[in-house]
Design a protein. Structure first.
Length: 333
């Protein structure tokens, strides 16, 4: 099987596919971001077509049997303004559709935020589904949470698999929904790695939330949203937890649960990177890579720390891709 990857990022699909039962060879990859390419090249020993997707002439692409894409999710996420197809980035889907019309791959494999399904009262998703069905594909979709695939992060994402009507086998396609129990963060911590130390402000917040200091002890004016924790997860020990800054306040999460969805906002600056209260430090890159289910040898050293975190936060979790490819391998003749 030959496959092409669009909106490649740092190759989350490729990593997942390589570990799956599909004997698939990458024949084409496209991604516009030159920083992603630095990381991609370092890890895969090759670059990709870095042209804007909208500049691609579908007729000039090599033939492939499977199209993979985690197309930009901002237009559909609840965090964004929900402009959907009215937003230029949302129209990446239509460009992918043009390519599908030309290349007619046997399998289409998309990933996106779960809100894609609810966006515009379900009309956006319905439109995607109908347009692909009109091209002769049987569509399957499921929201899967990475934490059931051995990844210590609760990351619900919608996965869409389209099988060309004439190639789907006799067996009905089904998504495996869980291969592990919910994966807690604790075993994935790289204890004692202080590569991203916390600021004095953070030291004070930890003292404040763990009752070692009072509001009045603050050496700086305390913003209203920082005076108290905005939320504390059930069963969470504040002396041994993860603190995460959100625009609305600081939340405390248990280390014995999966980490909550790792978002691009985590790369918004040093202070945004989650903090471990016990060791009084930010999560380090090793831990962030593990939270995304990327392999230990995956190297992010060619870009700045902020870019590395952003690239990870935008990626798909490879173990979920592996599981879905195994599901695809069951039905493809
Ligand atoms: C959600 S990320 C996908 C990440 C990827 N699945 C991974 O595992 O790293 C979407 C990607 O689409 C890329 N992208 C957005 N618009 C594009 C365009 N017009 N042409 C090419 N790539 C584009 C972005 O640069 C971004 O890396």
């Amino acid at each position: 099987m030959k496959y092409a990857e669009f909106c490649t990022g740092i190759g989350g699909f490729t990593l997942g596919i390589e570990n799956s039962k599909l004997d698939a060879e990458l024949v084409y990859a496209n991604e516009i971001d030159s920083n992603c390419e630095k990381t991609y090249r370092l890890n895969f020993g090759r670059g990709f077509d870095s042209s804007d997707l909208f500049e691609i002439n579908p007729k000039e692409l090599p033939d492939f049997d499977m199209m993979c894409a985690g197309f930009p999710c901002q237009p559909f996420s609840i965090a964004g303004q929900q402009k959907g197809f009215g937003d230029q980035r949302g129209t990446v889907f239509f460009k992918l559709l043009d390519i599908i019309k030309e290349k007619k791959p046997k399998v289409i494999f998309f990933e996106n935020v779960p809100n894609l399904k609810r966006h515009d009262g379900g009309r956006t998703f319905q439109q995607i589904k109908e347009l692909l069905e009109d091209e002769g594909y049987e569509l399957h979709d499921k929201i899967l949470d990475s934490s059931y695939f051995g990844v210590p992060q609760s990351r619900p994402r919608i996965y869409i698999v389209g099988l060309r009507n004439d190639v789907k086998g006799k067996k009905e396609f089904t998504f495996t929904e869980k291969i592990t129990k919910k994966t807690p963060l604790r075993p994935y911590l790289n204890n004692g790695d202080y590569s991203i130390p916390i600021s004095d402000k953070w030291q004070f917040y930890i003292d404040l939330y763990t009752d070692k200091k009072n509001e009045e002890d603050s050496p700086f004016p305390l913003p209203k949203t920082r005076k108290h924790l905005e939320r504390k997860a059930e069963g969470c020990d504040l002396d041994d937890c993860v603190f995460q800054i959100r625009s609305s306040g600081i939340r405390a999460y248990s280390i014995d649960e999966p980490f909550p969805t790792f978002a691009v906002s985590n790369s918004g600056g040093g202070a945004m990177i989650p903090v471990l209260s016990k060791e009084r430090r930010h999560l380090n890159l090793v831990e962030m890579r593990r939270i995304m289910g990327f392999p230990e040898e995956y190297d992010l050293s060619k870009v700045s720390r902020t870019d590395a975190i952003k690239e990870l936060a935008n990626a798909v979790c490879p173990p979920v891709i592996t599981s879905i490819c195994n599901d695809i391998s069951v039905v493809i003749d």
